[in-house]
Design a binder for this molecule. Structure first.
Ligand code: ASP
Length: 350
């Protein structure tokens, strides 16, 4: 290359670099908080979708796996935890929620994405839906296949989650679960299959929207109150009250209720059969727990549908929350009141 040609080449490179930097600086800023899970998991074989190690890759490594992110947003990465979501606990939940609120309070941050294991992703999502104090988008995502698998779903899910978090139209919709081209509300979306990539479904209410060609299309809003419209304040909390879930089944027995009370449970969610029915074998133990001040909420082990009023059974109504989400709301409700009437109203409102 002669001097003239190399000079023109250098100018062209500089112009491209400057225009890329200008395009980047006008993009919204999205903070990604990584907590672990399969999305950060690795396996020895690319055929493995089980038996891998979750929570291995760092937040930075996750973002590097999606080169086209820099066309969608300016992205920063932080590691809040690096665990399989079966090991997610109240301590991490509170740390994460406090950090999300800190970030969203900043003028330069447009939205937050959380990467998470899929097993309990919906619990963290619903917790954030109740405690985030901003209408800026908060999106939680994960993956069913580890990062090393053929057709790993993590990179596409991260790109979609950041795209939604960077979208102004995503504001005020509550915390969203984004995987596999779908945008679901934290309240209504649940993991329905242990293995399939198409596992997150919004069973009763449909999806908030979808992504086509990585572009979000919003269809609906959730009517239940969330984020800025709840009374829950994590800033003042260093722990959450203990709430257990007890499953209903044939030939059930009451001793697990006694054990929950003996282990300082302040609340119990009954994952009742059908529409939250409780067997005659457990009703005396539920009554004994309630007499000791434990707040009992009925939900359905079917995982969807409403729990109706029924004099034959004991406890507040969990509305149409599945047991794991009813537990999240009951923990938070108990941080502000012990009054069963007020807690019942919360179950219908949120
Ligand atoms: N066991 C994993 C977890 O929840 C599953 C996943 O992320 O898909 O962390």
């Amino acid at each position: 290359m002669n001097i003239f040609k190399s000079g023109v080449f250098a100018i062209a490179l500089t112009v491209t670099a400057v225009s890329n930097a200008m395009a980047q600086s006008s993009l919204p800023q999205v903070a990604v908080l990584a907590t672990g899970g399969t999305i950060a998991g690795t396996a020895a074989q690319d055929t493995q979708t089980t038996g891998y190690k979750p929570g291995v890759l760092t937040a930075d490594a996750l973002l590097k796996s999606v080169p086209s992110l820099d066309k969608v947003a300016k992205v920063s990465a932080e590691q809040v935890a690096n665990v399989g979501s079966d090991n997610m606990d109240n301590e991490i939940l509170l740390k994460l929620a406090k950090r999300v609120n800190e970030l969203l309070a900043r003028d330069d941050i447009s939205g937050v994405v959380i990467t998470h294991g899929t097993d309990t992703l919906e619990e963290t999502a619903y917790f954030l839906n109740l405690v985030v104090k901003s209408d800026k988008p908060v999106v939680i995502t994960g993956s069913m296949r580890p990062a090393t698998a053929i057709s790993a779903d993590g990179p596409s899910n991260i790109l979609q989650a950041v795209t939604v978090a960077a979208d102004k139209d995503a504001r005020g919709r509550g915390v969203m679960i984004v995987l596999n081209d779908r945008i679901g509300s934290a309240r209504d979306t649940t993991k329905t299959d242990a293995n399939s990539v198409d596992t997150f479904k919004s069973l009763g209410s449909g999806y908030l929207g979808t992504l086509v060609n990585q572009v979000p299309h919003f269809e609906t809003r959730i009517d239940k109150k969330h984020t800025v419209d709840t009374p829950f304040d994590v800033a003042t909390l260093s722990a959450l009250p203990k709430v257990d879930i007890l499953y209903g089944y044939q030939n059930d027995s009451g001793y697990l209720y006694d054990a929950a009370v003996a282990n300082q449970a302040k609340g119990i969610v009954v994952a009742g059969v059908g529409a939250g029915s409780e067997s005659r074998f457990v009703l005396p133990a539920i009554k004994a727990a309630m007499d000791k001040g434990v707040v009992v909420v009925r939900s359905s082990r079917t995982g969807s549908g409403h729990v109706p009023e029924d004099e034959a059974y004991l406890g507040l109504l969990g509305d149409n929350l599945n047991p794991q989400k009813a537990r999240i709301l009951l923990m938070l409700a108990l941080t502000v009141t012990q009054d069963p009437a007020k807690i019942q109203a919360m179950f219908h409102a949120y």
